[in-house]
Design a protein around this ligand. Structure first.
Ligand code: MLT
Length: 310
């Protein structure tokens, strides 16, 4: 398509999208804006896109992230509108937060920090520091078993890094088929069943998309079969875990803790739970990588009709 035609493309954005990604579109003279009328494409991050927000002019949707559960993908497929995403572009950011979560759980860092902040100078200061050392003593990661459910770009990277840190890793992927098994990290021992992962893990991290098959993948029955003292890490989507089952397992002191990248009223203030405001992909680098990857896909599609990774 000639250069002049490209100048007419219009992209409506939701959420703050990294400037580097937007530059890829503006360099091709695309018009970009928040409430742009009659857009050719929509570019968004975590905004939950409703059908009513998708005008007839839209030819493609770009999600600057991995998950697409905030987009009505089935209806878009029916309409022949490709939905592009950025698999792997934020994998390192999520991996780093998973490692931080394991460390904060193993070393009791959240309650220990609260305790230290509350210490006021006084006669018994040294004694109280000694008490804190005892109360919050933790354990180290080498030799512990990490279960990884979902062995795509993020799960694979988490698994490889944990192995390099001296952990044992056991993996399971509900989506593995003969066709895509070659993508799995070679270093990960794969479990024969998901139950085996629960049974053998000290930490269990989830890296699956949310869909009908993965909703409440972590439920009461699976937690009942989990190793005592399990720390569950959820940096995928909140609904992959049945929160009521987690609270029950924590109450019965079977689970040691739950670290979750989604705040939830039911979990609020629970001493065994640490939540974050969906920070997994929130680094400068990941935001830039995702935005650039998706902007390039939108540009290639609108200018040349090329579909990569829809
Ligand atoms: C993802 O699916 O990759 C994340 O939800 C990205 C984000 O936080 O925007």
């Amino acid at each position: 398509m000639p250069e002049a035609a490209a100048a007419a493309y219009r992209v409506a954005t939701y959420n703050a999208i990294s400037a580097r990604g937007l530059e890829r579109l503006s360099a091709s003279h695309f018009a970009i804006g928040k409430a742009l009328a009659d857009p050719d494409a929509i570019l968004l991050r975590s905004h939950s896109l409703q059908l009513a927000e998708i005008p007839a002019s839209v030819k493609a949707i770009g999600r600057a992230g991995a998950g697409v559960n905030n987009i009505p993908v089935e209806e878009m497929t029916r309409r022949g509108i490709p939905v592009f995403n950025a698999p792997g572009a934020n994998a390192n950011a999520v991996k780093e937060l998973v490692l931080a979560a394991m460390l904060l759980a193993a070393r009791n860092l959240v309650p220990a920090a609260g305790f230290a902040q509350s210490l006021a100078p006084g006669d018994d200061f040294d004694k109280r520091v000694e008490d804190g050392k005892k109360q919050f003593a933790g354990f180290e990661l080498p030799g512990r078993t990490l279960g990884v459910i979902g062995l795509g770009a993020i799960g694979g990277l988490v698994a490889d890094t944990a192995i390099r840190m001296g952990m044992k890793v056991v993996g399971y992927d509900p989506e593995i088929t003969v066709d895509n098994a070659w993508r799995l990290p070679a270093s990960v021992r794969r479990a024969a069943s998901i139950e085996e992962v629960f049974k053998s893990s000290d930490f269990l991290t989830l890296h699956v998309p949310l869909n009908a098959k993965t909703r409440h993948l972590v439920d009461a029955a699976r937690l009942a079969g989990a190793r005592k003292g399990l720390v569950l890490l959820n940096f995928s989507r909140d609904a992959v875990v049945d929160e009521a089952a987690v609270l029950e397992s924590l109450a019965e002191k079977r689970m040691r803790g739950y670290v979750c990248d989604f705040p939830s009223p039911a979990l609020q203030g629970h001493p065994g739970v640490v939540t974050f405001p969906h920070l997994g992909a929130s680094t400068e680098e990941a935001e830039e990588n995702c935005a650039v990857m998706v902007a390039e896909q939108l540009r290639a599609f609108l200018e040349h009709g090329t579909i990569a990774n829809a």
